[in-house]
Design a protein around this ligand. Structure first.
Ligand SMILES: [Zn+2]
Length: 267
C-alpha cells in the first residue's frame, strides 16, 4: 500500500523513528521495538522506508544499541535506514572511536544526538567538533532532537552547524513549539540546516515552516513508536495537504527526495 495524497501515490520515507531495547519502558510503554515491529507498522501506514535510531537510554554508551541498528538494517535493507546514536559526554576520543566504528565498520547512515536526554550543549566545541568532523569524513547527516529545552534550541545548534556548511544538519521536531520560529530562521540562514516535521502539533506553526523555508528543506518524520505513525502521516497527507496548495512534486521532496539527496542515496 503506497501513501496517497489527493490523486497521487508517493514513495515515502519516515525521517525520524526509533528501534531497540531498553531496561524499562519509556513514555507510553515502549521497552522493546525492533525491525519486525517497525516494518509491520510501515506497511499499515503505507510507508516504504524509515530512518531509525536507538531509543533513548542515557545510562548506556549506545554501543549495544548501535549494533542492534546495524543488525536490523541488514535484516531489512530496503525498509530501514539506520543511524547511530552517541553520547558526547564520553569525551572527544571515545566519540571519534565510536563514530569510526559506527559509520566505517557498521556502515550506519547518520548520527542522532539528543542534547536534553544526553545532557550536553550542542555548541560546546570540544565535545561536538569530533562529531562534525566524522560526519564530514563519512558524508553523513546529523539529526538533533530540538525543542522542550534551551539545550536543544535551534539557535545553539546553528552556531556550530554554520561552521560545517558541507554537513547536513536536520532539526528533529523543528523546535516542537516555542522554538519553531527560530528553527525556521536558522534553516533560512544556513543552507545545510533542514527541518523535520514530527511532534509539531499546532498547524499554524507547521504551515509557517512550509511557507518560511519551502519544501526543499522539509523532511517528513514521525518520532514513531513514541507517536503513532498514522497520526503523523495524516498530519501531512490530510491536513497540510488541505491547508496548502502544495503540488505533487513538493510532497515528493518532503516525503523522500530531500532525505535521499542528503544521504547520497539513489534508491
Ligand atoms: Zn525521537
Amino acid at each position: 500500500m503506497a501513501l496517497r495524497i489527493n490523486d497521487s501515490e508517493f514513495y515515502s520515507i519516515d525521517a525520524h523513528s526509533h528501534l531497540g531495547r531498553r531496561k524499562t519502558p519509556l513514555g507510553h510503554g515502549v521497552a522493546s521495538f525492533l525491525g519486525d515491529d517497525l516494518v509491520r507498522n510501515l506497511d499499515e501506514a503505507g510507508l516504504d522506508c524509515a530512518v531509525a535510531f536507538p531509543l533513548g537510554a542515557s545510562y548506556t554508551d549506545y554501543s549495544e544499541a548501535n549494533q542492534i541498528m546495524a543488525d536490523e538494517m541488514t535484516k531489512y535493507p530496503k525498509r530501514i535506514i539506520a543511524f547511530c546514536r552517541i553520547n558526547p559526554n564520553f569525551g572527544p576520543e571515545a566519540t571519534a572511536r565510536t563514530l569510526d566504528h559506527c559509520l566505517g565498520t557498521l556502515k550506519l547512515k547518520g548520527i542522532k544526538l539528543h542534547p536534553e536526554i544526553e545532557f550536553f550543549d550542542p555548541n560546546e566545541a570540544e565535545l561536538m567538533e569530533p562529531i562534525y568532523q566524522a560526519a564530514r569524513r563519512y558524508h553523513v547527516p546529523i539529526i538533533f532532537h530540538t525543542g522542550m529545552s534551551s539545550k536543544a534550541s535551534p539557535g545553539v545548534i546553528a552556531e556550530l552547524a554554520a561552521r560545517y556548511r558541507d554537513v547536513p544538519v536536520i532539526l528533529g521536531h523543528m523546535g516542537v513549539s516555542e522554538y519553531v520560529k527560530l528553527a525556521v530562521a536558522v534553516a533560512r540562514q544556513n543552507e545545510n540546516i533542514f527541518l523535520e516535521t514530527s511532534v509539531v502539533g499546532w498547524m499554524p506553526l507547521l504551515l509557517e515552516a512550509f511557507r518560511g523555508v519551502g519544501t526543499s528543506k522539509i523532511l517528513f518524520g514521525s518520532d514513531h513508536p513514541y507517536n503513532p505513525l498514522p497520526m503523523e502521516v495524516e498530519k501531512i497527507s490530510k491536513h497540510v495537504a488541505k491547508a496548502t496548495k502544495l503540488k505533487p512534486e513538493d510532497f515528493k521532496k518532503v516525503l523522500a527526495d530531500n532525505l535521499l539527496s542528503i544521504l547520497h542515496d539513489d534508491r
